[in-house]
Design a protein around this ligand. Structure first.
Ligand code: ZN
Length: 279
């Protein structure tokens, strides 16, 4: 379950597994002004870069880490999931140009901090406590309908030997079906994948006004389960980014001039193992 935790001036939604941690930032505790107030972590949205870098430094400091060591990917609404190791440390941490090219997801088995940016899209974390590997994925409607979560599961299997039944997953704050009206193209794409994966529904509904609304978080939860991830191991944070303006930026609600939250994944030493070692 995600819990709202104070990290100095920051408030983050956090989830801990034995051996790994998922963090999702909120707007509070940053230095950005106006529509980017306050903890905007995106460098590509027109905010003052110095403010964004200061925000990234504050976030890293709250984890007793250096922002310069974080690893980010380009996020192009595709399905590429990068396998990250120490050599990728710092890519995209303090600029846009060095982010891992063409990728929307990152998985790792090494002590790197993975860092991705969100306004309404769905953040998904995967963690395998057996192989001690995991990562974070950016899934908007294009990535969701193109099956990026399936790609991430396949890569966890091929690179780390992960079995779906061993995995934990978390699906973070994103735009809910309450606020996410979509057009025919989205409906068609989700229906196609739902059919291929034999899901019970395409997670779309018709409003009273006759408009389609999509539940991308719910759709990704269905995909995870269809691939063998156990329902009780999936943590779904049911907060809508558009409904909660004091907590979150929302592209749909605020338009192009808005900030980005960050989803973070890192492996950490299991507390029980540490205790055993110390005894
Ligand atoms: Zn909403």
């Amino acid at each position: 379950m995600f819990l709202l935790q104070k990290r100095g001036q920051l408030s983050c939604l956090e989830l801990s597994w034995p051996g790994a941690r998922a963090v999702f930032t909120t707007r509070s505790g940053g230095t950005s002004q106006g529509p980017y107030s306050a903890l905007n972590l995106g460098l590509h949205v027109g905010d003052d870069p110095e403010a964004v870098l200061e925000n990234r430094r504050r976030l890293a400091a709250s984890m007793e880490r250096e922002a310069a060591s974080f690893t980010a990917c380009q996020q192009v609404h595709g399905t590429l999931v990068a396998v990250v190791d120490r050599r990728h440390k710092g890519m995209g941490a303090l600029d846009l140009e060095s982010a891992i090219e063409g990728a929307d997801g990152m998985i790792t088995k090494e002590p790197v901090v993975l860092f991705a940016f969100f306004a309404d899209c769905v953040p998904i974390w995967l963690y395998d406590p057996v192989q001690k590997a995991g990562g974070v994925i950016h899934a908007g409607w294009r990535g969701t309908a193109a099956g990026i979560v399936l790609e991430a599961l396949a890569k966890m299997k091929s690179h780390f030997g992960s079995k779906p039944e061993d995995l934990y997953a978390a699906v973070g704050p994103s735009i809910g079906p309450c606020c996410y009206q979509v057009g025919e193209e989205v409906v068609r794409s989700l229906k196609e994948l739902a059919e291929r994966e034999q899901l019970s529904s395409a997670s779309i509904s018709l409003s009273r006004e006759g408009k389609w609304h999509a539940d991308l978080a719910g759709f990704n939860c269905q995909l995870l389960q269809a691939e063998g991830v156990r329902k009780e191991r999936i943590a779904l944070c049911n907060l809508c980014t558009s409904c909660h303006s004091s907590l979150f930026f929302s592209h749909r609600r605020d338009g192009a001039k808005t900030g980005r939250m960050a989803a973070i994944f890192y492996l950490q030493e299991d507390e029980n193992e540490t205790k055993e070692k110390n005894n």
